[in-house]
Design a protein around this ligand. Structure first.
Ligand SMILES: [Zn+2]
Length: 158
């Protein structure tokens, strides 16, 4: 078992709490929350998937779906990309942090090139109009390999 990031170390990360969006979510009821920020001089912009579960009196409770493992969580931590604390504990204290950061960025760069919605949680999209099938296959292969690595990096430590 890897060490879960401790509370004090979690404080080192910028966090996103679902509770700060409740009013906005209640009004617009979106499926995802667009985020846009700068981390270590790099610009990030993508959507974080949301889930809702019903609770008392016909109300809903909203959750983030972790962009890395798609698990429901109320708080996300920024380690380049926002992830849940379990995914955060994967790179935490190891040398994996930089590579996994790069994998996410690379995956998103490919998504952008293909015109797919940002965020690996959105899955595989379609071939863009005007792109050769062969080119698309090559890019798709690279993307799928990246995705495998991201999944592998996650499960190796769960
Ligand atoms: Zn996660």
């Amino acid at each position: 078992m890897p060490a879960i990031a401790t509370t004090s170390s979690l404080n080192d990360y910028p966090r996103l709490s679902i509770s700060s969006y409740l009013e906005q979510l209640r009004i617009t009821q979106p499926d995802s929350l667009p985020v846009s920020y700068k981390h270590k001089g790099k610009h990030h912009s993508y959507n974080i998937e949301l889930a809702k579960t019903s609770c008392n009196y016909g109300n809903y409770r909203y959750w983030f779906l972790c962009p890395s493992c798609s698990k429901r969580t109320g708080v996300l931590y920024c380690a380049g990309t926002y992830v849940c604390r379990h995914c955060l504990s994967v790179p935490y204290g190891s040398q994996l942090q930089q590579p996994i950061d790069r994998l996410f960025s690379r995956a998103d760069a490919i998504r952008q090139r293909l015109g797919w919605q940002s965020g690996v949680a959105h899955g595989i999209g379609e071939r863009p109009k005007g792109m050769h099938q062969r080119t698309f296959n090559r890019i798709l292969l690279e993307y799928q390999q990246l995705e495998q690595k991201l999944i592998g990096a996650h499960y190796a430590t769960t």
